[in-house]
Design a protein around this ligand. Sequence first.
Ligand SMILES: Nc1nc2c(ncn2[C@@H]2O[C@H](COP(=O)(O)OP(=O)(O)OP(=O)(O)O)[C@@H](O)[C@H]2O)c(=O)[nH]1
Ligand SMILES: [Mg+2]
Length: 200
Amino acid sequence: MKILTAVFKGSSPDLASCPVSGLPEFALIGRSNVGKSSLINMLTRSEGLAKVSQIPGKTQLINFFTINNSWNLIDLPGYGYAKVGKKERGKFSAFVADYLKNRSNLRGTFVLIDSRLSPQSLDLEFLHWMVGCGLPFILVFTKTDALSKGAAQKNIEAFLTGMREITEEEPTYVRSSFKDQQGRKEILGLIGQALLDNPA
Ligand SMILES: Nc1nc2c(ncn2[C@@H]2O[C@H](COP(=O)(O)OP(=O)(O)OP(=O)(O)O)[C@@H](O)[C@H]2O)c(=O)[nH]1
Ligand SMILES: [Mg+2]
């Protein structure tokens, strides 16, 4: 799929304030700092469209980007951001959970996993919740440029082994790196296919 236009449409603090949109939506979620905002910039080839930061917790709102005037890409706040208080952390995940469960035009969710790390219980717990809610997802293993191919593969396989405790279905997954545009074609292909399978 060719990206002709990518426009930031605004941010919402919760599902109730999300703009009503007839466009199909695809969301990115994952731990703080995993590379969600960077992936949006990589997919759209527009540096600076989504705000990137080395400090976890940069994205705090539900951010809307409209692509080719025909579908939305959503940058969600990361989970597991340790610096916010416990109460705040709870509230934060509640509005993301509400969005994922109840956004009627949401067609797909990409769950980003840091390929540099061994399986993290926070990620597996989040995916356990997704499976429990019956929400479909695609895994994206990010930052593959930051380690050897073999080391990334080892972490990916260990993660997939962890996933087998959660679901019998083998998840679809993609490797990504914003440094060499890895995963761009596959992710846009998956979105393109989802749009074809189930047009708006
Ligand atoms: N080496 C490498 N670094 C990456 C990659 N993607 C993101 N990063 C770096 O990881 C850090 C976090 O990236 P963000 O895109 O802001 O992460 P995020 O998931 O949006 O983070 P929050 O908004 O805090 O939840 C930044 O320093 C990025 O430059 C990648 O593919 N490779
Ligand atoms: Mg972000």
